[in-house]
Design a protein. Structure first.
Lengths: 855, 239
């Protein structure tokens, strides 16, 4: 069976191609009616492998009706694949119709697709969810033979993945005969992906097909000329070398880690672009039109380079890219490999990639990542369990599709892998939430959305509820964004509303590759003009930085602890580590090194935890609380991906007490409940579950006019019904993703097992320097907004000298400030914040000097 | 709780951090935008089943205010109910609680856009506009025309602090006009730089942000012109 049928064999032969082993393996699996997961690197003809069995079947047995459903995480990808498939199908003269269906599909085509469906329908998880709510879904999907899920690794473990898994479970009911095909990039954990794809949630029911590994990528590390930076993450010092690499290659993608970094690198490259090379910019905040323009220019070979964020991690194959540059730390091996794979989508040629670390720690991280890739080891966490908010939305969507029996729906839901462990209690609570809000103390009996008939079937109460659900379907919730519009010109993109709230008219900032001056707000947008003076700022996005993976962190620790491994490092870094060994010691592979030293009238404590920034932030709060209790007078802390640094009024002694496992107790629970991170995730959960609507039929939201604030609802719900299902969902989510509590317990356990080494030093150690020059400090009173406001108000008073209209008021107001002890008053950072005096903002970085000229 | 005194048209008023204003000379307490029964209004219109505890929460806050100042008069500056049918939807317990709160004081319901009719079955008078001495009480302030107290806009403002901007509901005042923050549990806010609010304060005013036990104030500077609000921005901390 090592062949493929005609006319496919001839078509392959005409191109001088031979079918690949994994393409044949998928054909065989399809013939046996088996589901299969194909894991292969990019460039392996993966998509064709997914479709080949369907094409062969339709060629052998031509018939009408929907045969294969293809789901991709990206609209653009679905459209691109449709285009790429149409060509061979036309060339072989196959009677096969291929169409896409996304949010952009015009209404008349959508209607036609329902009456005369294409053979192959290419869509997204959101559009599938919508299709499943239609009354004719059983007719449409009843004859389905195959479901192809592309980029499945990017969906599993996300809320979109949860929604898709629930949709697949639905489809299994409508089309029990349909086999499934998953296409994935190389991942560390194939089994959870098999389970995700499986109709039974068991990995064993899905055949695993591994594509041949591609050629080993060529991976260089590029250091800036001159001094190797101690701190910073932007990598701007290396831009001259990056520019040289761009000039030498035909087409380069310069990947960076954040949108702010993208803007800055783009500016820096253009500043030295003496050859006027066409270099573009691509990130998620630019308008869709702009992104499409850049992508099209790239595909047509009109660009020499594009500076991009994760917005280009997935998607369309441009073929011609022959070099990938990663500026800044890679943060994870799998992510780095996927990025590298964007160069040269041809399997037999090695991808060429260049790593550009921005500081000394990142040099070690890059080295660790290169070694991991050479050892063919991958990282990544197995997908987390499905969200209860997505379940709530799904339950309502099922009711909209038609009446259901709760026990039958429960049985269906737990066949979706993310919900395999869902308890009946949680399901019932979700159902009750959908029905009447699920409030214990007072119900909305009159306003139920579902009702139960005599047989116990749940029906949706009105057409209005159905309309409402369809308008709000989906799991992507955006933070409040504000359009940025040129005065009298086009919209340039969107930035987060809070960033705009930090601007005053006249401020300038870098966005969409331009230097812009903030003019003011109108009802719907921030109005800007080109140019501007003064130090520009760069919109950063809260929580946009990925933390270092556990796996890569372990490799970094191993390199540090083993002087023999230093040979792989550049000379300045080796020298740095030798200095550290001399002045203090190196962090052990197991256990925890903690240094304390005085500096500038304060005491510093630096713990080398290596558990990623998120975990360190949470840990910083817990450790400083403990320091407070032990009378050390903590003043503030800072979290990087590698270390936690805290500073205090008194010398920290007996540091082992600060890292005992019981710090994960009550205080954590209390802090988590108050933290703004939790409020953010409640907002998303409430929106997805349908408590707050994104869209309301017949009502266009008029910009930012007094929108319902999720924070207010959160406060009321917490006070009156702390165990409500949406609060439970919020806490669960916080415990995994947002606060990385799991990694903290890992660290504390490691510290207990391996021991805590405390080094009391006279002064800062070489390894601690990068942390001390890092931005993004948290003050112990960081959560105490009132204290910060008091300080700011006092500042205002001083500046205005009481000569204001409200002199008397002001005096009385400020007189009324209760005297505060030194300890709980927030402090200014040790060194003055950079330009801008009191306006230091931990999310907003100032652009380096010399970037004020626009290109 | 430290209330901040201001002078408005020659009268001395106290801004309470609780989000309402007191006129001690007249033993008057004014509060704006309670939006009672907003949760049930949303539920009735199929706009989501919000936690049905907002009215209780708002009334508890109002009870605190009344206990603290023991006013003889309570002026509600409009949008007291989220919709015209709101008062009829009050659950029994909440209705009784509201009746208890209003007993024995003179109540003025200024009508708002959300509640254009007098609430059913509750004591007090309902008016479009109410005056006492030099002060007018309206739901929506009119640009240019006279001063006084009003609500409607749910003003909020952002103050820059060392650790980033902090946004809170706020009072906004100049020499003759006072805008009250919304008092209800489910009331969001509108930035004072929004043109709708800025038009009322062409030369700016002073914003008083609500804090836990006091207000935090700063002069806004002109809200619309491009003259930067640099007062906070360039401020350097003492020491």
């Amino acid at each position: 069976m090592g062949t493929i049928p005609e006319p496919f064999a001839a078509w392959f032969a005409a191109r001088g191609w031979a079918p690949r082993a994994h393409q044949l393996a998928l054909l065989r699996a399809a013939q046996r009616g088996e589901s299969a997961l194909l894991i292969a690197p990019t460039g392996g003809g993966k998509t064709l492998a997914g479709f080949l069995p369907s094409l062969a079947d339709l060629h052998a047995n031509p018939r009408d009706g929907l045969h294969t459903l293809y789901i991709s995480p990206l609209k653009a990808l679905a459209v691109d694949i449709a285009r790429n498939l149409t060509t061979p199908v036309a060339e072989m003269g196959l009677p096969i119709r291929i169409e896409t269906r996304t949010g952009d599909t015009p209404a008349n085509r959508r209607a036609r697709q329902r009456t005369t469906p294409p053979h192959l329908l290419l869509t997204t998880p959101e559009s599938l969810a919508l299709l499943l709510t239609l009354p004719d879904a059983p007719a449409l999907f009843g004859g389905l033979h195959a479901i192809v899920v592309d980029e499945i690794h990017a969906l599993a473990g996300t809320k979109r993945g949860d929604q898709l898994a629930l949709g697949l479970a639905r489809l299994a009911g409508l089309a029990p005969a349909a086999r499934r095909v998953g296409l994935s990039a190389t991942v560390a954990h194939p089994d959870p992906l098999r389970a995700f794809l499986s109709p039974t949630a068991r990995p064993g029911d899905v055949r695993l097909v591994l594509g041949a590994g591609g050629a080993e990528p060529t991976l260089d590390m590029l250091l800036p000329e001159g001094r190797l930076p101690w701190g910073g993450h932007m990598g701007l010092a290396s831009m001259p070398e990056v520019y040289r690499r761009i000039r030498e290659a035909a087409v380069t993608i310069v990947f960076v880690n954040t949108r702010a970094q993208a803007e800055l690198c783009f500016q820096a490259l253009w500043k030295i672009n003496d050859d006027n090379l066409p270099i573009g910019l691509h990130h998620g905040s630019l308008t869709v039109e702009q992104r499409r323009k850049v992508e099209a220019a790239m595909a047509e070979g009109r660009l020499r380079a594009v500076v991009a964020t994760a917005s280009l991690d997935l998607g369309i194959d441009w073929g011609a890219v022959d070099q990938v540059v990663q500026v800044g730390a890679p943060k994870g091996v799998s992510r780095l490999l996927q990025r590298i794979g964007r160069a040269n989508h041809r399997l037999d040629e090695p991808s060429r990639a260049v790593l550009v670390p921005a500081n000394r720690f990142e040099v070690i991280e890059c080295t660790a990542a290169r070694q991991a890739i050479a050892a063919r080891e991958l990282d990544g966490d197995p997908p987390r369990p499905g969200g209860l908010d997505v379940l709530c939305q799904h339950i309502l969507a099922c009711a909209v599709a038609g009446p259901f029996l709760p026990e039958e729906l429960y049985a269906e839901v737990i066949r979706a892998a993310p919900y395999a462990a869902l308890s009946r209690q949680d399901f019932d609570d979700a159902l009750r939430f959908v029905e009447d809000g699920g409030y214990a103390l007072r119900s909305y009996d009159r306003f139920r959305r579902l009702f139960r008939d005599a047989e116990g079937r749940m029906h949706v109460k009105s057409a209005a509820v159905a309309r409402q659900l369809r308008m709000n379907l989906g799991t992507i919730v955006e933070t409040p964004l504000l359009k940025v519009r040129l005065r009298g010109g086009p919209v340039l993109g969107e930035v987060e509303e809070w960033f705009i709230s930090t601007l005053v008219p006249g401020d300038c900032f870098i966005f969409a590759g331009q230097l812009l001056r903030f003019e003011g707000l109108d009802a719907l947008a921030a109005i800007v003009s080109r140019g501007g003076e003064g130090e520009p700022r760069v919109p950063a996005y809260a929580g946009s930085r990925m933390p270092l993976t556990t796996y890569l962190a372990a490799r970094v620790r191993a390199i540090l602890a083993d002087p023999k491994a230093w040979k792989a490092l550049p000379a300045p870094v080796q020298e740095w580590l030798r200095l550290q060994r001399h002045a203090s010691q190196l962090p052990p592979k197991d256990g925890l090194l903690v240094e304390t030293f005085p500096r500038g009238g304060k005491w510093f404590l630096v713990a080398y935890c290596f558990e990623g920034r998120l975990a360190h932030q949470t840990l910083g709060m817990l450790v400083t609380k403990r320091m407070e209790r032990l009378g050390m007078g903590p003043l503030g802390y800072l979290a990087t991906d590698y270390v936690l640094a805290a500073w205090s009024a008194f010398e920290p002694t007996g540091v082992a007490r600060l890292f005992e496992e019981d710090i994960l107790g009550e205080e954590l629970e209390e802090w988590i409940a108050e933290s703004s991170m939790l409020r953010r995730s409640f907002r998303n959960i409430a929106t997805i579950a349908g408590l707050i609507e994104k869209n309301h039929p017949g009502q266009e939201k008029s910009g930012r006019q007094m929108t319902m604030n999720a924070d207010l609802i959160y406060d009321v719900l917490r006070k009156h019904e702390p165990d409500h299902i949406l609060l439970r969902a919020t806490r669960r989510e916080a415990a995994t993703g947002l606060t990385d509590v799991a990694r903290i317990s890992l660290l504390l356990a490691r510290a207990r097992a391996g021991g805590i080494v405390h080094r009391a030093l006279d002064r800062v150690s070489p390894l601690a320097v990068p942390a001390l020059i890092e931005e993004g400090r948290e003050w112990v009173a960081g959560g105490a907004e009132d204290a910060l406001l008091a300080e700011a108000a006092a500042m205002v008073e001083e500046v205005t000298g009481g000569a204001e209209l409200f002199a008397e008021t002001l005096a009385e107001v400020t007189d009324g400030i209760a005297p505060r002890g030194d300890r709980d008053r927030p402090r200014r950072p040790r060194d003055k914040p950079r330009e801008g005096g009191g306006r230091y903002n931990r999310f907003v970085r100032h652009a380096p000097k010399g970037l004020t000229t626009s290109r | 709780m430290i209330a901040a005194p201001i002078h408005l048209a020659g009268e001395r008023l106290m801004l309470d951090p609780g989000g309402y204003v007191v006129w001690p000379a007249e033993r008057l307490l004014a509060v704006a935008d309670l939006h009672l029964e907003k949760g049930s209004a949303f539920a009735a219109r199929g706009r989501g089943l919000l936690p049905p505890y907002d009215t209780r929460e708002t009334l508890e806050r109002l009870a605190l205010a009344l206990r603290r100042w023991k006013p003889a008069r309570l002026v509600l500056l409009g949008d007291s109910f989220h919709d015209a049918a709101g008062s009829a939807r009050l659950p029994q317990g909440e209705a009784a609680m509201l009746a208890r709160l209003l007993a024995g004081i003179e109540v003025v319901w200024v009508l708002g856009n959300h509640d254009p009719v007098a609430p059913a079955g509750l004591p007090g008078v309902a008016v479009e506009e109410w005056r006492l001495g030099p002060l007018g009480f309206r739901h929506v302030a009119r640009p240019g025309a006279g001063g006084g107290l009003s609500g409607h806009f749910h003003p909020k403002a952002t103050m820059q602090t060392r650790a980033g901007g902090v946004t809170r509901p706020c009072f906004l005042a100049d020499a003759k006009r006072l805008l009250l923050p919304a008092f209800g549990a489910y009331t969001g806010g509108l930035d004072i730089r929004d043109p709708a609010i800025a038009a009322l304060f062409p030369r700016g005013g002073r914003a008083f942000l609500r804090g836990g036990d006091r207000l935090f104030s700063f002069p806004t500077g002109p809200l619309r012109a491009s003259v930067p609000r640099r007062e906070v921005a360039t401020g350097t901390a003492p020491g």
